[in-house]
Design a binder for this molecule. Structure first.
Ligand code: DLL
Length: 430
């Protein structure tokens, strides 16, 4: 695997030195070129010379998503326009998108980290990889596209949607691996079945999925239906796009963070203090090599934990668990905190239920109501009333809140997402 040597994760002796040097350079670059960072560091009484290495990272203030809104569109960029080679953007929670920029060097790093990730996931040079992520401002399309080529594999740039054609191409081109969202992977399997193919007989041996949350049960289902290795791929535009962390094919779960380029911390979302290893908290990332858009201690809003111990695959990059939720997708219903992932994990306990659901929240006078609609599994012979009442009891136990309605509907009754990220929660309250 000599051709993959340049993509290799550094040895542990070299890693720390690299991280220390790169962090110091990044802080310097941000301070000198981005007024926002200079002001924040000045306010905190920190100068670049105070940061010699990662032991000093906690001296730096945390950066929130608001930094993008306040500096829209490109106030956080640390380079002149002439040095930019690409712009992407991701939707912000409040109107304006988060605009992110890349220099030639950034694009090179991006290709390398994502190519390394694909190799870690089991994709090999010479493989044919169908990239079903949306092309355009979304980072999932082009980010993974370039990496597939960099790895020495062949990219089939189908983008998202046109699902029957995707299946035909998988068969005709002998596609070895696909990249898509986890919900789309399941929809793809369902479409293949409708077309008369058993997805397990398709040539695909690796499904790389990401861009939205998934549960362990979903991963198992994706792996089983395609008879393939299913790996979780994590990233976010503000840091680089896909290519921040990924699961390996041989390991037993957990996503390796490419910490030679992105320094990870996990903090208590309320206090901003680091949590002990193994405990859940908010992932905070600092870029170590980004030129156009250095990010210092960026609060991702994504909830996860560091996994202890070494990975059986031998790669020493630290591992995080799959993202279990977002700090900002907490729903407060009648004063009770509910995370959509808690609902999802209950639904997936039931064999008779398919992984398609929607949650509708209404306000009736001053009273919140929560309605959960879920699809019955195709071949499950169940009494819907009985299933609804069992689901309702179990949800009430786990959420400590009794849903106002739980409806089990026929297979295929809920909308599928053919493009982009799936939307499961519809909050109709003010
Ligand atoms: O979704 C980048 C990406 C593309 C990752 C393709 C993987 C594959 P954004 O559109 O900026 O970037 O959205 C980033 O999506 O903060 C998470 O909340 C969520 N997210 C991304 N990957 C995962 C994952 C891309 N594997 C936001 N599991 C992040 C759970 C994920 N959530």
């Amino acid at each position: 695997m000599d051709s993959l040597e340049p993509l290799r994760f550094p040895d542990s002796e070299d890693l720390r030195t690299l991280q220390d040097e790169r962090l110091a350079e990044t802080v310097e670059r941000a301070y000198e070129n981005v007024p926002y960072y200079r002001e924040r560091l000045d306010d905190h009484g920190v100068t670049p010379s105070d940061v010699d290495g990662v032991d000093d990272v906690e001296k730096l203030p945390l950066t929130t998503k608001a930094a993008f809104t306040e500096n829209y569109p490109d106030g956080l960029f640390a380079v002149d326009d002439a040095e930019l080679r690409r712009i992407h953007a991701s939707s912000g929670t409040t109107g304006k998108p988060k605009v992110v920029g890349y220099t030639e060097g950034d694009l090179d790093v991006w290709e390398r980290v994502m190519a390394r990730g694909l190799a870690t996931a089991g994709v090999e040079p010479g493989d044919t990889v169908q990239n079903m992520a949306g092309y355009g401002l979304f980072t999932g399309g082009l980010g993974v596209h370039d990496a597939i080529e960099r790895l020495g594999a062949t990219v089939v740039p189908t983008g998202s949607g046109a699902t029957r054609r995707q299946v035909e191409l998988m068969v005709d081109l002998d596609t070895d691996a696909v990249h898509c969202t986890p919900s789309y992977a399941l929809y793809l399997a369902e479409t293949a079945e409708e077309m008369g193919h058993d997805p397990a007989d398709l040539p695909v041996s690796t499904v790389v999925f990401g861009a939205e949350s998934s549960t362990e049960a979903m991963r198992e289902e994706i792996g089983e239906r395609f008879d393939a290795t299913a790996v979780d791929n994590y990233g976010l535009s503000e840091i680089i796009g896909p290519g921040v962390a990924i699961e390996c094919a041989e390991g037993d779960g957990g996503l390796h963070v490419w910490e030679d380029h992105f320094y990870p911390e996990i903090v208590d979302p309320d206090t901003g203090e680091p949590v002990p290893e193994g405990e859940e908290g908010e992932l905070v990332l600092t870029t170590l090599t980004k030129e156009a858009l250095p990010m210092l201690r960026y609060r991702t809003g994504d909830v996860t934990s560091f996994l202890p111990g070494e990975c059986p695959c031998g790669c020493e990059a630290r591992r995080i668990g799959s993202i279990t939720g977002r700090t900002d997708d907490l729903l407060v219903v009648r004063g009770v905190n509910v995370y959509p992932t808690e609902i999802e994990s209950v639904l997936l306990e039931f064999d008779a239920v398919a992984p398609y659901y929607r949650v509708d929240l209404y306000r009736d006078g001053s009273m919140d109501t929560i309605e959960i609609t879920v699809e019955r599994e195709g071949d499950a012979a169940v009494d819907p009333d009985e299933l609804e009442s069992r689901l309702s009891d179990r949800l009430a136990d786990v959420l400590t809140l009794t849903p106002d309605e739980v409806a089990v509907v026929d297979p295929g009754a809920l909308d599928r997402t053919e493009t982009g990220k799936v939307k499961r929660v519809f909050d109709h309250r003010e």
